[in-house]
Design a protein around this ligand. Sequence first.
Ligand SMILES: NC(=O)C1=CN([C@@H]2O[C@H](COP(=O)(O)OP(=O)(O)OC[C@H]3O[C@@H](n4cnc5c(N)ncnc54)[C@H](O)[C@@H]3O)[C@@H](O)[C@H]2O)C=CC1
Ligand SMILES: O=C([O-])CC(=O)C(=O)O
Length: 347
Amino acid sequence: MRASMLRLIRSRSSSAASRPHLLRRAYGSESVPERKVAVLGAAGGIGQPLALLMKLNPLVSQLALYDIAGTPGVAADVGHINTRSEVAGYVGEEQLGQALEGSDVVIIPAGVPRKPGMTRDDLFNINAGIVKSLCTAIAKYCPNAVVNMISNPVNSTVPIAAEVFKKAGTYNEKKLFGVTTLDVVRAKTFYAGKAKVPVEEVNVPVVGGHAGITILPLFSQAVPKANLADEDIKALTKRTQDGGTEVVEAKAGKGSATLSMAYAGALFADACLKGLNGVPDVVECSFVQSSIITELPFFASKVKLGKNGVEEVLELGPMSDYEKQGLEILIPELKASIEKGIKFANQ
Ligand SMILES: NC(=O)C1=CN([C@@H]2O[C@H](COP(=O)(O)OP(=O)(O)OC[C@H]3O[C@@H](n4cnc5c(N)ncnc54)[C@H](O)[C@@H]3O)[C@@H](O)[C@H]2O)C=CC1
Ligand SMILES: O=C([O-])CC(=O)C(=O)O
């Protein structure tokens, strides 16, 4: 009986999937509203797989793919996938407004990636300007959108975005997120491997920022619990902090993490969409405006997502002495990166 019902549901959903108008009705306007997502930098290493993953997300009804070149091809390609969203490609600054108009969520993986030997801060000179101009357009064309900042250095690009929005009079601190999900994804993977627990059951908060020692995984709060030696925790912490560099070196000049980042970016955007749609108890780590945790104006921590973006910035919770020390050490570096971003945006 149960099996036959399941078959019926499956066959209904697959036949609806081949007829988009039915699918839209099946999603219902109340439970799954129309949502437009724009990806800026959509033809890049992250942008393309991220476009694919967002096309697979049933919460998206319109997918706008913007880049300075190459988006018509990406949009034509992704647009053939028989899922809910309508896809459109926009290329060049004159089409940026159209790409952004009506967006609920804007994801920004635009900018240059690292090569071996570079720090994320070495990307500042090029990426700061790109982020500034894209955020100026966001303030103009979709001032109420949730912004997911992927472009590095995140510790500076998020403060730049905040300053641009403040100047335009559109800043809403609840709607600006630095995407640090890849740090969480890595911490989960590395912890599962070391603790020999099923990776799908693992959760590890990662706080601080998104560069080197500013990335602080809280393995003392990891679940499922495992009694790992201090040396193991130190090695896991270092590997999580250096995860990006591990990929940069392995790619040997061909860029940085793209596929795992697209996965992480899609996961975080999905959480934002769920929050906007009123799904309760959506919690993810993210680099946001923060006043309760440290004296710094921005900090990554667990954040509860809701209909207006950030619903609550959650406390760090109990930390080991090693983690407390890590927190103390990261503050000056994170502070300098935040200040660098603020200064750039105001010059
Ligand atoms: N937050 C995180 O955890 C991570 C962040 N990143 C960062 O993401 C960024 C993108 O990385 P990739 O996709 O690998 O680089 P990529 O070079 O493959 O792609 C970047 C794309 O941005 C586009 N672009 C450049 N200027 C633009 C503008 N003004 N408007 C729109 N698009 C523009 C380029 O045309 C290109 O298609 C880098 O800054 C990288 O460091 C990468 C991995 C993880
Ligand atoms: O390391 C990089 O340059 C890209 C990045 O942010 C990451 O992979 O975490």
